[in-house]
Design a protein around this ligand. Structure first.
Ligand SMILES: Nc1ncnc2c1ncn2[C@@H]1O[C@H](COP(=O)(O)OP(=O)(O)OP(=O)(O)O)[C@@H](O)[C@H]1O
Ligand SMILES: [Mg+2]
Length: 397
């Protein structure tokens, strides 16, 4: 006899229970979020000191002072200091290029330079993918490149970090799933959103991305899909490619169809790794599985060669012996496929993350100066190194 599925009095009906909990959790989170960011307080990028602005623009501080004194910078504050917004930096780039008569400070792609698509991946959860992707995208936008960030993770942490709550602000078909789904796909141009960071656009994520994992096997077995699953992200990105210089894709912590599709769309790959034994062991599995899957995809015509790939050590604690050892171990094996700079672990990054902010958003006065500056220095070194790889694929210095 089959056991009865009818509920007994003292039993809980799990689906209803989970649905109720999800609703309540979601509501309370929204309340909490509203408290942290009252509706009128928009998320913004902070303003930058003259030294920071000069570095982002790519000129000396003295020259920046002169340009500002010529009337092209922000008005000075009461204390005579100038603080530069992202928009001020963009304006100054344009002024400098007009003066010189050649495009130099506005770094947009020139003819022959192809769109750079950087996929940030590793199936190890918490290896720093989203933190890396968010800061990389903002850094490049602050450097003046036209950047598109794509959230490919159903958990949508990148979207939340950029102020788009996956449950409330992202409707049906408004993730990249809307453009890559097998039935009735939308134009990707209709999905892209502007953000509060000038030059940075976002395709947010939410749970609907999971549909792609479910529908792909069906589409493959019925043979109905015009484009193979692994080519779909790359294909839709070509529709808007002239609008951007760099695309940064934040992958989910799984090696599913979405990640494989991001891998095939990518021109370069960043694999984040926290230098601890268990994480490195799991990365070894990740690499084996990725390699095997890519061989299959390659036979079906998917892209398998890249401009560059690098391992990035994340949440690095230089004073932790085992971590330094593990990093040395990886450097010995991977050589220059490791980025020279590692992203240090910092309470500034973790604390900023709690209020869904990046280091380019929080005010440095919220932290001990040394703490904030150390984190920012490390971040800028990592991002600068990635920028150099991108520029070198364009044949620039
Ligand atoms: N450099 C850092 N210093 C301190 N904390 C960090 C740093 N980088 C990331 N974190 C914290 O570690 C946690 C995991 O980071 P993150 O979300 O970027 O990882 P992930 O690989 O995207 O995770 P998932 O696999 O779940 O998508 C977050 O709470 C983040 O704030
Ligand atoms: Mg993530």
């Amino acid at each position: 006899m089959q056991p009865s599925l009818a509920l007994q009095d003292d039993q809980e009906h799990l689906p209803s229970l989970l649905a109720t909990d999800a609703k309540e959790l979601s509501y309370q989170l929204q309340q909490h979020q509203a408290k942290i960011f009252p509706p009128l307080s928009q998320k913004t990028i902070r303003t930058f000191s003259p030294a920071e602005a000069a570095a982002f623009i790519g000129i000396g501080e003295g020259y920046l002072r002169q340009v500002a004194a010529d009337g092209h910078g922000p008005d000075p504050l009461a204390n005579g200091r100038r603080l530069y917004s992202a928009t001020d930096m963009d304006r100054i780039r344009r002024v400098l290029d007009e003066r010189n008569g050649t495009p130099k400070y506005v770094p947009a792609r020139r003819p022959g330079e192809k769109l750079q698509i950087v996929s940030v991946m590793n199936f190890k959860g918490g290896s720093g993918k989203t933190t890396t992707a968010a800061h990389l995208a903002q850094f490049m936008a602050l450097r003046g490149y036209r950047v598109l960030a794509v959230d490919l993770d159903p958990q949508a942490s990148l979207s939340a970090l950029f102020g788009h709550q996956p449950e409330f602000d992202v409707g049906e078909g408004e993730t990249i799933y809307g453009a890559i789904r097998y039935e009735d796909p939308r134009a990707i141009a209709d999905i892209v959103r502007a953000t509060y960071t000038p030059n940075l656009h976002l395709i947010p994520g939410n749970l609907e991305l999971m549909e792609f994992e479910h529908e792909t096997p069906k589409a493959m077995s019925s043979g109905t899909a015009e484009t193979m699953f692994f080519a779909r992200i790359g294909e839709v990105l070509t529709e808007i490619e002239s609008l951007y210089d760099i695309v940064v894709i934040d992958c989910p912590p799984q090696l599913g169809f979405l990640t494989m599709s991001a891998l095939c769309a990518a021109t370069s790959v960043l694999i984040t790794v926290h230098p601890q034994m268990l994480d490195v062991m799991s990365m070894s599995q990740f690499l084996t599985m990725t390699s095997e899957l890519m061989s299959v995809v390659e036979k079906a015509g998917g892209r398998t060669s890249y401009d560059w790939m690098r391992y990035l050590v994340t949440r690095f604690e230089p004073n932790d012996g085992p971590q330094s050892q593990m990093t040395g171990f990886m450097r010995a094996i991977f050589g220059n496929r490791m980025l020279h700079n590692a992203m240090v672990k910092s309470t500034a990054v973790a604390d900023a993350g709690v209020t869904k902010q990046t280091l380019y958003e929080v005010e440095r006065s919220q932290f001990t100066r040394g703490t904030y500056d150390r984190a920012l220095d490390s971040l800028n070194l990592v991002n600068g190194e990635i920028e150099a790889h991108i520029r070198s694929t364009w044949g620039r210095k």
